[in-house]
Design a protein around this ligand. Sequence first.
Ligand code: C5P
Length: 237
Amino acid sequence: MFPDRAPSNPIFCALDRADPEAVLGLARQLRGRVGGFKLGLEFFLANGPDGVRAVAAEGMPLFLDLKLHDIPNTVAGAVRAIARLPVAMTTLHASGGAAMLRAARRARDESGTPLRLLAVTVLTSLEEPDLAALGMTGEVTDRVLRLAAVALEAGIDGLVCSPLEVAAVRARFGDAPLLVVPGIRPAAGPDDQKRTASASAALGAGADILVIGRPITAAADPRAAADGIRRGLAEAV
Ligand code: C5P
């Protein structure tokens, strides 16, 4: 159920759909071609724990990306509930602060499951002007490193950051944190992802897991798209 530290296939496909049949259809097409699947809020709010169990029954590692951000007691309760599901990884916002992150880790430890907790640093859809509009000035990379330090000090297992910060995070924190990287695009595209790079650039910089959604799921042939990205990675290595 749980991915190796260095999975033979680092691609986790984001199945961002509400319709369970559409998600199961994609999961069946992509099973064995990617390293695992990511389910997010769209799927979870529509289908709940039973929907997660149905996708888990396809036999691939699952990443449940719920990006928790609340007071420590509430987040601890949410982590306890997630730990009862057949998922390998889940997310919480590093900006929830040290007490929230520590409460999440305690709840996971007490659950006795190998659920991995990942702290989201700065969403890959934000750039410096977006952050400045929120009163957050300075370099995105500095902000990512600061949030990463708080999360890792609180005992969180890994980080979600954009491909553009992977090298800086590795340089500062070494090999230990699991680095999960969305914002993968063949070229800067016209959608909502802004801090992007190619799959091979992200992996080359030190990412462990690449989260790839629309480049696979919106392709005319998702299987061919997944195979193409994997071939590109193998050639780059
Ligand atoms: O379709 P796309 O490749 O943009 O999908 C990326 C996935 O990664 C989405 O499900 C999105 O919610 C998620 N994600 C992200 N940025 C983060 C954390 C998660 O894009 N910082």
